[in-house]
Design a protein around this ligand. Structure first.
Ligand code: CP
Length: 311
């Protein structure tokens, strides 16, 4: 079994079978991560560079840990402390790194399409760790893994994506993944944060948070991305919280239990209140834990190793 792609640029390019293979492989790696010795020699002859042109906590640490658990050699690159500040281009930077015999590139960039551009110019496998407002494929894969783990499957599940859909790469990757896997998806937020014609991607649209929470099995609450909003799209954070913030009072008023997710980082008291984020409804830290196993699976499958998963 192998993936139909050489790079992981986005969920858009994956077949349903690719997603199933990644989730199945991640389950094997999650077993490995429960053992006293969490390391396997699977990628011991592979060198991976983590190129981060944009800030990250979870994704960068998770990829680095996944690589170390697989025994890969890793190099971490932060654009802010590199020769990018002296004007070096993306392609020159990457070619210089690759000339040091690097096999795979994990890349986060604020420009939409940056990893796609790179994939046309270099021979190494590229993994998109988030490009602008386009995709964040490993986040959607770990979200799917976490829903499956909690609810037993994705087919027929009702998943709401709530908040800043317009600027969220997590939203787009989740929409592609969940619709491919037979889940129902509803996006909910103020009209200024929902892209026009998004229903053409096979999702429902709602502007009423209470109705959306009443409808869904899972609410994936997304961060308000103020750094990507170049003009005000709602009057104040306080008003946003009043109409679209997920609070304990709202969750308790539903006549059913729902699962709460958030990709992080959370704006506490804006899109999600602490009394929900830290409650038993929340699987936010499970998402982070599952991210390591999912990224191990992606790295392993793209490296094309034929060895046993666990040696
Ligand atoms: N979820 C996520 O991408 O978080 P970071 O920006 O901290 O990597």
């Amino acid at each position: 079994m192998s993936l139909s792609v050489k790079h992981l640029l986005g969920i858009k390019d994956l077949k349903k079978e690719d997603i199933e293979l990644i989730l199945h492989t991640a389950a094997n790696f999650k077993d490995v991560l429960q053992r006293p010795i969490k390391k396997v020699p699977t990628l011991r002859d592979t060198t991976i560079v983590n190129l981060f042109y944009e800030n990250s906590t979870r994704t960068r640490i998770s990829f680095e840990l996944a690589e170390k658990r697989l025994s890969a050699d890793t190099i971490n690159f932060a654009a802010s402390s590199s020769s990018v500040s002296k004007g070096e281009t993306l392609i020159d930077t990457v070619n210089n790194v690759l000339s040091m015999k690097v096999d795979m590139v994990v890349m986060r960039h604020s420009a939409t399409g940056a990893p796609h551009f790179l994939s046309r110019h270099i021979p190494a496998s590229i993994i998109n760790a988030g490009d602008g407002i386009n995709e964040h494929p490993t986040q959607a894969l770990l979200d799917a893994y976490s829903i499956k783990e909690r609810l037993g499957g994705l087919e027929g599940r009702k998943v709401a994506l709530i908040g800043d859909i317009m600027h969220s790469r997590v939203a787009l990757s989740n929409i592609y993944l969940l619709t491919k896997m037979g889940a129902e998806v509803e996006v909910c937020g103020p009209p200024t944060l929902i892209p026009k014609h998004i229903e053409h991607l096979g999702v429902r649209v709602s502007y009423d948070l209470k109705k959306t929470l009443q409808w869904c099995d899972v609410a994936n609450v997304l961060r308000i991305q103020l750094e990507r909003q170049h003009k005000p799209l709602f009057s104040s954070l306080r008003e946003y919280n009043l109409y679209y913030g997920v609070s304990r009072q709202l969750v308790d008023s539903l006549d059913k239990e729902i699962v709460i997710m958030h990709p992080g980082p959370i704006n506490r008291g804006v899109e999600l209140n602490s009394d929900v984020a830290d409650s038993g409804h929340s699987i936010i830290l499970d998402q982070v834990e599952n991210g390591v196993a999912v990224r191990m699976a992606v790295l392993y499958l793209l490296a094309g190793k034929k060895d046993e998963l666990v040696v």
